[in-house]
Design a protein around this ligand. Structure first.
Ligand SMILES: O=c1ccn([C@@H]2O[C@H](COP(=O)(O)OP(=O)(O)O[C@H]3O[C@H](CO)[C@@H](O)[C@H](O)[C@H]3O)[C@@H](O)[C@H]2O)c(=O)[nH]1
Length: 461
């Protein structure tokens, strides 16, 4: 769709992501897609993130809001609960100020698109008479489970398994989001994920960062309850359909990335020979688990590229890096899309974060999943038993994933017959993922429909 000729744009969307890597990436990408179809978008990042990064958002505008922690960000809050409370309090006001700032400009805001983690943004949108579009960053399956709990259709604690929910496979306790059975951990996050549904019925649009064929049954279940649009995968267009110009990477890294070292290293390795181990932006492991990961990777006798964030580096066993430099490279943050698209990668050893999971599918890379918390446990269930593109590690009686388990799972994926089947399945999902965003695909149609409604509304039709 072209922007209407007599207008410069078809409305201005102010997008408010939850301020973390796994939430900024898909929302920024979705904004780029909307701009390519004729809308103007501005991504509102927190002052802290703005001051501590070098955003490169391309065709998307960038502006800032305050979460109440401008100097140190989330790390300055006493607790998760304190952070979320202050973000709502200060963020609501700050978002309203931002809307006002644009009122007299050439491009007044017409729509607030907000992460489902910050449902209070819808109240701000409505107070200003704006369209409210809710963006769910996580999988439809996970949203559906939370929806059931929020509405009392599934009561906690779960008393009998398997749990049967229409559109989902039978779920054991360990397949449920971790908040349901790892008690006492992160109560504020638990409340937040359930609160995604407090006002979603008042949102004008609901977007889900997934694609229809990946979660068709559960998407259908959720659509019966409330209209939703799957719009993903939201990876840069370069890897999907190449229709958005210059969209080759996520435009905002919260961590420093040194691309050339690891890509040059990967380029020297044979096709499908490298295990890429990376556990997203939030995972932390204790010393013992780090040792098991290190020894497990070593025991596979395969090449490995391991991302260990600076904050976790001291937990790498002493001399491990020097002693394994022939086989392995350890870095602090990777250009993950460039890595996963490199033909040397044969297996992604991951925590099962939603973005990493979808990225693996888009690049047809089979996975070993070691879920840590939140939605990762449910994603792991789908990876292993629904999409058949990987294996989930088993945790031992001490709550650790041992080196032998890691070695065995990697060998299954990288070397075994089962692994070949997983690779085949992963390649099938790769094609379907691309099909969804290409012209006429399910996600493309949903985006087109939204854009044309926005433009019609903007034109007063
Ligand atoms: O070295 C790295 C590691 C990761 N990434 C990128 O960072 C993002 C990570 O996102 P995700 O895989 O979803 O993991 P988290 O950062 O851990 O995301 C949090 O947020 C997600 C969305 O709510 C949840 O699915 C996860 O469970 C939760 O931990 C992805 O786009 C990766 O490509 C890099 O660029 N370089």
């Amino acid at each position: 769709m072209e922007v209407t000729k007599n207008k410069k744009y078809g409305g201005h969307i102010l997008a408010l992501p939850y301020p973390s890597q796994g939430h900024i990436n898909p929302m920024l990408q979705f904004c780029k897609r909307l701009v390519s179809k004729g809308l103007k978008t501005t991504l509102a990042i927190t002052n802290f993130i703005s001051n501590s990064t070098h955003p490169n958002p391309g065709i998307v505008g960038i502006d800032t809001v305050s979460d109440g922690f401008d100097k140190g960000g989330y790390a300055d809050a006493d607790s998760v609960a304190a952070y979320l409370e202050r973000f709502e309090q200060i963020g609501s006001k700050s978002l309203a100020d931002l809307i006002k700032k644009y009122e007299k400009s050439e491009f007044p805001i017409t729509c607030i698109m907000y992460d489902a983690f910050v449902p209070w943004a819808l109240d701000v949108a409505k107070k200003h008479g704006l369209i409210g579009a809710c963006f769910f960053t996580q999988a439809c399956a996970v949203n559906c489970i939370y929806y059931y709990v929020h509405h009392g259709k599934l009561t906690l604690p779960i008393s009998s398994t398997p749990v049967k929910i229409s559109g989902l496979p039978e779920l054991e306790l360990r397949d449920m989001p971790s908040f349901f059975y790892v008690h006492g951990t992160y109560p504020a996050y638990f409340e937040m994920v359930l609160n995604q549904f407090i006002n979603v019925d008042k949102a004008d649009y609901v977007f889900v960062n997934s694609f229809y064929k990946l979660e068709a049954e559960v998407a259908d279940t959720m659509s019966k309850i409330s209209p939703l649009s799957t719009i993903g995968p939201t990876l840069p267009s370069f890897y999907m359909d190449n229709r958005v110009e210059n969209d080759t990477e996520y435009g905002l890294n919260l961590f420093h990335v040194d691309s050339s070292t690891c890509i040059n290293w990967l380029n020297t390795k044979p096709e499908g020979s490298v295990v890429y181990a990376a556990f997203g932006s939030m995972s932390t492991f204790d010393d013992k688990q780090m040792e098991e990961i290190a020894e497990g990777l070593k025991a596979t006798n395969s090449y490995f590229l391991w991302v260990v964030k600076t904050s976790q580096e001291s937990k790498i066993p002493k001399k491990f890096i020097e002693e394994n430099s022939e086989k392995g490279l350890v870095i602090n943050w990777s250009p993950q899309l460039q890595v996963l698209s490199n033909k040397a990668i044969g297996c992604f050893f991951s925590h099962g974060g939603w973005n990493s999971t979808v990225e693996a599918l888009v690049f047809g890379v089979p996975m070993v999943v070691m879920p840590q918390w939140t939605d990762q446990t449910t994603n792991a269930k789908f990876v292993q038993d629904v999409w058949s593109v990987g294996v989930r590690v088993k945790v031992n009686e001490n709550g650790i994933v041992g080196r032998e388990e890691i070695e065995e799972c990697v060998r299954i994926v990288l070397q075994g017959e089962e692994g070949k089947e997983m690779k085949k399945n992963a390649l099938k999902w790769k094609d379907l993922a691309k099909e969804a965003v290409q012209e006429g695909g399910t996600s493309d149609k949903n985006v087109e429909e939204f854009v044309s409604k926005c433009i019609r509304k903007f034109d007063g039709q």
